[in-house]
Ligand binder design. Structure first.
Ligand SMILES: C[S@@+](CC[C@H](N)C(=O)[O-])C[C@H]1O[C@@H](n2cnc3c(N)ncnc32)[C@H](O)[C@@H]1O
Length: 259
């Protein structure tokens, strides 16, 4: 979202670029994740994307970035697959981050209130831990919420935050390639996401907007081209098993070893 991002208290969040404002969703976000987990394996799919990054077992000695960590579901996936890694989980929304911080985490997990633009710009106020380079990054359900014109800049920023050779996993939705996937997404949107979202937060517009964003998001090959254009090498994608196959994808790229 461009323009000022407002927190629940009405105060403008620091920085304004490349943000989708999820703050109104924060109170009900985990309940919605619970419903999506029971119906489609939300947490296991996140862990699958982490495993697909191909990082060394348990992640000892690695520093990983979870950008757009929300209430911590993607952070938990990184931790479960790579329990010995140091994890820096970053989110632009104070209310989402507050819910993540309130959970129980080991010492190697650190939460930082910042936007990707601030991370990429090496903003002075950032704690040292939030500075790159990272040995891997996960962006789960972050990019499809951004205005399409800002996705390239966000990917470029992510590439710059990685060590040479380090992987990025983008865990996100794409339905543009398949009529069946579009139909299943429509059913999922109106049968589950929008009504469940309305039930837990009282909002429908924000969920309708999210569901529309998925319908308007890139074809798989187009997103792989975006990864290349942003500087990533070896762009690849793989969908998840189960009934959200061809809807939820892991998109992978790697910062070139020499650039
Ligand atoms: C749909 S939530 C995904 C949360 C979590 N990754 C998950 O898998 O459940 C997207 C999150 O990205 C955050 N976000 C959006 N734009 C951002 C940006 N430019 N920098 C950092 N966080 C951002 C939002 O505040 C929100 O918490």
């Amino acid at each position: 979202m461009t323009g000022a991002v407002m927190s629940e208290s009405g105060a403008a969040e620091p920085g304004t670029s490349w943000r989708a404002d999820y703050s109104p969703l924060a109170p009900g976000y985990d309940r919605l994740v619970g419903i999506l987990d029971a119906s489609a394996g939300y947490h296991e799919q996140l862990r699958l994307s982490v495993r697909r990054m191909g990082l060394p077992a348990r992640g000892a000695g690695l520093r990983l970035l979870d950008v757009g960590c929300g209430t911590g579901a993607s952070t938990a996936a990184l931790l479960q697959v790579l329990p010995e890694a140091e994890i820096v989980a970053v989110d632009a929304s104070a209310p989402m981050l507050e819910r993540a911080r309130a959970k129980s985490w080991p010492r190697g997990v650190r939460f930082v209130h910042a936007g990707l633009d601030q991370l990429a710009g090496g903003s002075e106020g950032l704690p040292r831990a939030a500075r790159g380079p990272f040995d891997g990054a996960l962006a789960a359900f972050l990019l499809l919420g951004l205005p399409p014109g800002e996705v390239d800049a966000a990917l470029h920023a992510l590439c710059g935050l990685l060590r040479p050779g380090a992987p990025l996993a983008v865990h996100d939705c794409s339905v543009a390639d398949s009529l069946g996937a579009r139909a299943r997404w429509l059913a999922l949107s109106w049968g589950l996401v929008i009504p469940a979202g309305a039930l837990v937060t009282g909002h429908t517009e924000v969920y309708r907007r999210l569901c529309r964003s998925v319908r308007g998001f890139d074809r798989v090959a187009d997103f792989e081209r975006r990864l290349s254009a942003a500087g990533f090498t070896d762009p690849r994608s793989q969908s998840v098993p189960g009934w959200t196959r061809d809807i939820v994808y892991t998109f992978l790229g790697r910062r070139p070893v020499s650039s």
